[in-house]
Ligand binder design. Sequence first.
Ligand SMILES: [Zn+2]
Ligand SMILES: [Zn+2]
Length: 349
Amino acid sequence: MRRKRQKVVEEIEEVAGGVEEKIAVESIAEEVAEKMEMKVRSAKVVINKGLDASFINRMQEARQTRKYVGVHVSAAGGAHFAVKNAREMGCASFALFLRSQRQWNAKPLEPELAKVFAADRSASDYGMPLQVLPHGSYLVNLASPDPVMLAKSRANFVEDLQRCEQLGITLYNFHPGSTKGEMLREKGIAQMAEELNHAHRQTKSVVTVIENMAGGANQIGCEFEDLARVIALVHDKNRVGVCLDTAHLFGYGYDVSSADKFDAVLKDFDARVGLKYLRAMHLNDSKAPLGSKKDRHENLGKGEIGLECFRFVMNDDRFNDIPLILETPERGPDLYMSEVNMLYSFVKK
Ligand SMILES: [Zn+2]
Ligand SMILES: [Zn+2]
């Protein structure tokens, strides 16, 4: 029994990750060990702490304004910890990585933990399907000219989509990739669309959301035209969408620094791609100047874009009911929380 208990503590610690959680974990380990419901139980105990009034108010604010602002949060210890992290920062939506960004392989999701994630998400009012936006692995390149790389990318991509379905997540955001200059652009676009078709056949419903990119001659998806071409080749149009990143738009040369300019960019997007494909936004200021082709995120109001851009987003109906995710430089949960609060303060009553 003693050894069994020790093993339980170790396993739960792995799930819990952080120091704070560890204390809670140790105190419940014995009870959990006896019932042999190890991880599920521990996760519930840790996560259900702290559904406080300010969070409930935030969710009401989100529903009223139809703006679902959130942060890319840490999922260290397991996807279910992302829910807790998001809630503590007053987020009405959130993004997360579904696996380590440095490794191709990931341990399979444990079905019991997936159940905890789904239950906690709905208990936290994240139950609306549009409010969680996982970010794909940076290692993946669906436009890769190298067959070995492409095969690895394909497997990783499909696995992540399956993870989304296990977790009850309906959107999946990813970078379109690069031809590395070793393949014609058109061929890269066609290959990427074919990979999406393949991934859609392997899964049931998750929507693959392509992110616009900031630059690099061989990168696909910097221009709206590229995004339109990929979408045209995807068979199931219900399963493809776009996530516009304000820092990437600006870096590439789409000026979103004022309401009028952003409005013109959105009209251009609507004409070339179609607003119905806009399924998410990444809200970042940019350290890099307009048209620099550089991807350098900055905290809101501290960069070259400035606050008018974000004021516009918070007051324009075209951004209703989609995740609006901050990926600003991480300077602690307090700054994230103040950025989220600032965005809500921009909404004209
Ligand atoms: Zn991204
Ligand atoms: Zn982004």
